[in-house]
Design a binder for this molecule. Structure first.
Ligand SMILES: [Zn+2]
Length: 108
């Protein structure tokens, strides 16, 4: 009953089916690299389950940090270089600082 009933909290996209506890469990297993078809047999062995969960969480955390680093690098590369011209590429206005240029770019 726990696996197939609907969750009382949470959001879903418009038109998508209600999320069940089972769906949430599947997404968590996928995120932790635990095979969905074997999780019940793994969970029956407490030591194997402990090992699988800890390895999965470590892998998930490592991937999450890598993704954050990639996003941070991409964001840094998109920023205009403050030591460059400091000129707005849209209207040509010259700004004294990088922060001022970033603020000015928001108005475009
Ligand atoms: Zn401008």
């Amino acid at each position: 009953m726990v696996f197939y009933c609907e969750l009382t909290t949470g959001t879903r996209k418009v038109g998508s089916p209600y999320k069940r506890f089972k769906d949430s469990l599947k997404s968590s297993l996928t995120a932790c690299s635990i095979p969905q078809r074997e999780w019940e047999s793994i969970a029956s062995d407490r030591c194997a389950w402990h090992l699988a969960v800890h390895q999965g969480v470590d892998t998930f955390e490592e991937n999450r940090r890598d993704n954050l680093d990639h996003k941070w690098q991409a964001r840094k590369e998109r920023r205009p270089d403050p030591r460059a011209t400091g000129k707005c590429p849209v209207c040509g206005r010259k700004c004294a600082s990088a922060f001022g240029l970033c603020s000015h770019l928001k108005c475009h």
